[in-house]
Write a protein that binds this ligand. Structure first.
Ligand SMILES: Cc1ncc(COP(=O)(O)O)c(C=O)c1O
Length: 367
């Protein structure tokens, strides 16, 4: 845990073996931030914490059709997405390890988060993004002072370019680096505390690289093994129909995550054709007795309109989750306690929001 590495020496994935503690009485008295679970976060010294007092986002009931779901408002994080959970812990650990420059690749939001926390920690950072990343996210990354590198081609081409850079610079990756997941897991801690230290019956989460889904699964397991909660919720993942490798693996009962022919989607944040931790995601869904739903672009856009009409301003990628949630609700039981999430803020994707607004005034089935 104290080595400057982000993958195993065998070249494979690295995971952290760490014993968390949950001193509930102390936790209750602390500031409402994700760092209130300090004994469950693998950082040696408090002085290395890089934080904006983020987290403990509101968990509020929102109605979807005839059912009510608890929604975690992670679009309200400082950089506007749930990726701040991972970035806060990862960049804190990076400071603790004495690393002074990092590289990360992203469809936008993880890049914004890593850039912001590096700015606060005074760590140099290079962010690789696909050329067509939303302008708002590109501006954000540059305003934080990061070096922005736009890569032509697919999201996978961007990942390859970052991996090459990571041969020389420490990789602050939200998919490879295990410390990122140690931050994302606070989602589960907050949800359970906000429900009165109880686990929900099910959680509906996006699957892109799986940082939130796997983080949540780690978090629920840690609470369970510490006797704080008494069951692991069903994990329900959502993928975009035109980029759904894990859905395909689950449906066809495949051992490996298949190669897919990815098409463009309005939910670019979850358009990950080759998720590094794909097998772990599949295993988490299966172990929790959950499932995976896929949603197409029209369903995403419709869900976006419906959610925004309730007064929440989320980005299209976030609406993929709510579209999947609506599908899940068609068969969920009436008394089930269901948690889902708004992952990203709409203000980051103004051009896309305007385009969808225009389309929806032209296409009658939108209304
Ligand atoms: C708004 C938004 N929602 C969901 C996701 C998917 O998250 P994850 O990579 O944790 O699966 C992303 C990823 O970038 C995102 O930006």
């Amino acid at each position: 845990m104290e080595e400057k590495i982000w993958k195993c020496s065998c070249g494979g994935l690295l995971d952290i073996d760490f014993r968390p503690h949950f001193p509930i009485d102390k936790i209750r008295q602390r500031k409402p931030t994700m760092w209130r679970y300090r004994e469950a976060i693998p950082l040696l010294e408090d002085k290395n914490t890089i934080s904006f007092d983020e987290g403990f986002t509101p968990l509020i009931p929102v109605s979807f059709g005839t059912k009510t779901v608890w929604i975690k408002q992670d679009h309200l994080f400082p950089t506007g997405s749930h990726k701040d959970r991972g970035a806060s812990v990862l960049i804190s650990k990076i400071r603790e390890l004495g690393i002074t420059s990092v590289v990360e690749d992203s469809s936008g939001n993880a890049g914004c988060a890593v850039a912001a926390y590096c700015a606060r920690a005074k760590i140099e950072c290079e962010i690789f993004v696909p050329e067509n990343t939303a302008a708002g996210k590109l501006a954000q990354i540059q305003f934080y002072g990061a070096q922005l590198i736009k890569i032509p081609g697919s999201r996978e081409d961007t990942a390859q370019a970052a991996l090459r850079a990571a041969e020389k610079i420490y990789y602050a990756s939200h998919s490879w680096n295990p410390f990122f997941f140690q931050g994302e897991k606070t989602f589960a801690f907050e949800v359970c505390e906000q429900l009165g230290w109880q686990a929900p019956d099910s959680v509906v989460l996006p699957i892109g690289s799986g940082s939130l889904l796997l983080g949540a699964f780690i978090g629920f397991n840690e609470l369970y093994h510490n006797g704080i909660i008494h069951k692991i919720p069903k994990i329900i993942g959502v993928q975009a129909a035109c980029c759904a490798p894990i859905y395909k693996a689950l449906r066809e009962n495949l051992e490996e995550i298949p190669k897919i022919d990815k098409k463009d989607t309005v939910a670019e944040g979850i358009a990950i054709a080759e998720p590094i931790r794909g097998k772990q995601i599949l295993e988490a869904v299966k172990k929790s007795k959950g499932g995976i739903f896929i949603v197409d672009d029209l369903e995403i856009k419709k869900s976006l309109r419906r959610v925004c009409e309730k007064g929440f301003y989320i980005e299209p990628t976030s609406a993929a989750t709510t579209a999947g949630l609506s599908k899940y609700l068609e068969t969920s039981s009436p008394d089930e306690i269901i948690v889902s999430v708004f992952t990203g803020h709409g203000l980051k994707t103004t051009e896309k929001m305007l385009k969808i607004l225009k389309e929806s005034s032209l296409v009658p089935e939108f209304l």
